[in-house]
Design a protein. Structure first.
Length: 363
């Protein structure tokens, strides 16, 4: 499964009377690990967007020309694709894939964040698939239109649309039960904070061993990416940003801003630490080859903050000046796209800059 310590080599150079830690180059991390850590939380952000938009749409006048339905469907699609992508990333990293496929048998140690996280991700994927099916198929969905309904076109080409519509209508739960399903999924979505704890428990790596900072940063930046990606895709296909999308854009901006503050707080802690490994990580992030990635994290989160609050806020209060209204869609799509890249870069640089505290033996 996911390694709980960085893949690097240590050695101690000994001389009479003293010992000096000597670092050998770390092996390059498999990109599947940061992708997994990223997509799991993106799936959570997509689900929270889809569930809240669905509930909002069910309480809105049916004649209102809002984007709640499109936002809900795209949100569940982001959740399903994100969870599936995270699962595939883990499978590609494993040497023995059948153990992952038989996880209910092998993963029973619920004192491990790997076990907890696997169950959270699988259950979130199941809830997201069910939620998506209830939004995309059935008699009510047949009367709607929008780009997010493309799964219906695919199923129709297979000649199964009427059958699936009928099946979904037959098993569709009541509004109360569906709300309960969304609540369960919401708890699982927030539970994707486990991706941060999988690193934070490693006590020998100062860059990871921040039990509040790393999980909070992973959760906030991942949720911002999931919500922002859903907003961006919806705006891209609908070619407009209404007050509903504006509200979710503001949420994206707030999550980005708080996430940036948490990342900055963790960075200052590492930069001022006396631990040798912390100093090595600090140099790698600020002066080494990873400095570009570090700046990408900062820029991505900062741009997400500004675009979310400015463009989203203007749409939310319906006070858009003509120039801003014309630029709203490209601004949100571009800014939130950069936010997604920056959030993924956060996971990558955290893994690549990790150094273990050396064991120094005095001779």
């Amino acid at each position: 499964m996911i390694p709980m310590s960085p893949d690097l080599t240590q050695a101690a150079v000994l001389a009479p009377g003293f010992a000096e830690p000597y670092w050998l180059p770390a092996d390059y991390w498999d990109l599947s690990i940061p992708v997994y850590l990223f997509l799991a939380v993106v799936a959570g952000g997509g689900f929270l967007t889809g569930a809240s938009a669905s509930l909002l749409g069910s309480r809105t006048d049916a004649d209102a020309d809002g984007l709640e339905g499109e936002l809900a469907r795209w949100g569940f699609l982001v959740a399903v694709v994100g969870a599936a992508g995270a699962g595939l990333a883990v499978l590609s990293h494993l040497a023995v894939i059948h153990r992952a496929l038989l996880f209910p048998i092998y993963l029973t140690n619920f004192g491990s964040w790997i076990t907890i996280g696997t169950w959270i991700l699988v259950l979130l994927a199941v809830v997201a698939v069910l939620s998506l099916a209830f939004e995309v198929f059935g008699e009510e969905a047949a009367d709607q239109d929008g780009a997010s309904l493309f799964p219906r076109t695919i199923v129709a080409k297979l000649g199964l649309l009427e059958t699936i519509d009928s099946l979904v209508d037959r098993v569709r739960p009541s509004e109360t039960v569906l709300t309960g399903l969304y609540v369960v999924g919401g708890v699982l979505a927030l539970g994707t904070v486990y991706t941060g704890f999988e690193l934070a428990i490693v006590e020998t790596v100062p860059l990871w061993n921040m039990p509040v900072v790393v999980p909070a940063a992973f959760l906030l930046t991942g949720l911002a990416s999931g919500v922002g990606l859903t907003v961006a895709v919806t705006a891209l296909f609908e070619r407009e940003v209404d007050s509903v999308l504006g509200g979710y854009a503001v949420v994206t901006g707030l999550c980005s801003g708080i996430g940036l503050a948490v990342v900055w707080y963790g960075w200052t802690g590492i930069a001022t630490s006396d631990a040798p490994a912390a100093a090595a990580s600090s140099v790698a992030l600020s002066e080494g080859s990873l400095a570009v990635g570090s700046w990408l994290v900062v820029v991505g989160l900062a741009v997400g903050l500004l675009a979310g609050l400015v463009v989203g806020g203007a749409a939310l209060v319906d006070r858009r000046v003509p120039a801003l209204e014309r630029a709203a869609v490209p601004a949100l799509v571009g800014s939130f796209g950069l936010l997604v890249v920056g959030s993924l870069a956060l996971r990558i640089v955290l893994l690549l800059a990790a150094q273990q505290d050396p064991v120094v033996v005095v001779g």
